[in-house]
Ligand binder design. Structure first.
Ligand code: AMP
Length: 427
């Protein structure tokens, strides 16, 4: 053996216990809450045709231009690791003709890893995980508000504090071009104050400059034209109705006229949410309306609205203890080879009560066994030596109370059951 060691690739990380368990709980909370709003889960492949994302997200976006993991497989097909979930869900919707074969509502959610080749930093990774929802075929502004309310409820429900909703409308294909032209003209007059990235994209993607975190750009964009004066009547009316509905749902929000999103498909409503404990520029949730995307991907001309939550960012703001799962409660310590079989059966009996239990088969001595029981934080150690075997009894040590008694298996199970305040098992 060479002894060479390996690390997870840059920008990725291993999720280990107890975090895996905390994540699973939060994901379960999402599944439960989303279901109440009529959203149902879809699972799509981790990779898709590269073209799907180029079409769906937009050729001039950072994601497609710089961040997508693109590769040619052994058959020569160009594929990409999915950088986000919406394009895949819509592709599946079109492919399976769900508009014709499934009943309404057309509300879907997904949970899983996404991939973007970004510069890794706190809250920004190359493999990260999103929980997202998509509501298709619903154009009413109240639905935008309902989707926002769902995100807000969920974040608060799982324990995020100071959740702030930022809201904007980025217009539509009828009114946005005039705004883009005004922005372009403004960027031109300040080109030398903008960062190289923004100078490059100010013509092709003038809205994106509004999102630049560079200090020089920030100073420039404070004086930039605001979209409100450019909205068409339909966009203005829609935005007002979204706000009215949010107020009716008691969801507090702030207007951020500079909020834009990194994906081209958004139109009208755009929103982000932040929470206490994240850097100010790190949203934990982002979303918006994307009427037109489904048609662009070959589907019916149906509207859509959705959001995605970044799991790494969300978990980073939840208190350590939130959603933690109790670990092992009982450890069996067979001291002889003959006792191992008894331990194996005993541990099964305890597990059937719903109590996490483990038999440590390689115990050297009572002392080392109890030390490992202590390290594992179990409530009870069950010691099985020659004496116990002969008498058909268990020595049960309450690690918390440092009390030890030798009991029949039935009595021992009863002691454990009572101490852990479990209901009488159903038989
Ligand atoms: P987006 O898909 O870009 O609209 O992002 C939605 C949410 O996903 C963001 O608000 C973040 O919470 C999360 N997110 C996006 N990109 C990353 C990344 N590279 N690393 C970690 N989280 C991310």
């Amino acid at each position: 053996m060479s002894g060479k060691t390996y690390q997870a690739p840059r920008g990725t990380s291993d999720l280990l216990p107890p975090d895996t368990e905390r994540w699973a709980r939060v994901e379960a909370a999402a599944r439960d809450l989303f279901r109440l709003y009529g959203f149902r889960e879809v699972r799509t492949p981790i990779f898709e045709a590269r073209e799907l994302f180029e079409r769906g997200i937009g050729e001039t976006t950072d994601i497609v231009e710089k961040q997508m993991y693109v590769f040619q497989d052994r058959g020569g097909d160009w594929l990409a690791l999915r950088p986000e979930g919406t394009a895949s869900v819509l592709r599946a919707f079109v492919e399976h003709r769900l508009d014709q074969t499934a009943p309404p509502p057309y509300r879907y959610f997904y949970v899983g890893p996404m991939f973007r080749h970004e510069r890794p930093q706190r809250g920004r990774y190359r493999q990260f995980h999103q929980i997202g929802v998509e509501a298709l075929g619903e154009s009413a502004p109240e639905v935008d508000a309902e989707v926002i309310a769902l995100g807000w409820e969920f974040l608060r429900h799982v324990g995020a504090r100071d959740v702030q909703v930022e809201l904007n409308s980025i217009g539509c294909s009828a009114c946005r071009p005039a705004y883009q032209a005004a922005l372009r003209a403004y960027w031109q007059t300040h080109a030398d104050e903008l960062c190289p990235d923004c100078r490059r994209r100010m013509d092709r993607n003038p809205l994106r400059v509004l999102d630049c975190k560079n200090e020089g750009c920030q100073a420039v964009l404070r004086g930039a034209p605001v979209i409100d004066a450019y909205w068409c009547d339909a966009c203005r009316t829609h935005f007002e109705a979204v706000q009215t509905a949010l107020s009716a749902l008691d969801v507090p929000y702030v207007r951020n006229a500079r909020l834009v999103r990194g994906l081209d498909y958004y139109m009208r409503t755009a929103f982000e949410m932040t929470a206490a404990g994240l850097g100010a520029q790190n949203a934990v949730l982002g979303g918006g309306r994307y009427d037109g995307l489904l048609r662009a991907l070959g589907g019916p001309d149906w509207p859509g609205v959705g959001f995605a939550i970044g799991m790494e960012r969300l978990m980073a703001v939840l208190p350590e203890a939130a959603h933690s799962v109790p670990g092992l409660a009982v450890m069996f310590l067979p001291l002889t080879e003959a006792a191992r079989g008894v331990a194996l059966q005993g541990v099964q009996t305890v597990r059937r009560l719903g109590v996490p239990a483990w038999a440590r088969m390689d115990v050297g001595s009572v002392k080392s066994g109890l030390r490992s029981a202590h390290r594992a934080g179990v409530r009870f150690a069950v010691i099985l030596g020659d004496d116990e075997l002969r008498a058909g009894r268990w020595t049960v040590r309450d690690m918390q109370a440092s009390l030890q008694q030798t009991l029949s298996p039935e009595e021992a199970v009863e002691v454990i059951r009572r101490a852990l305040s479990l209901d009488t098992p159903r038989t």
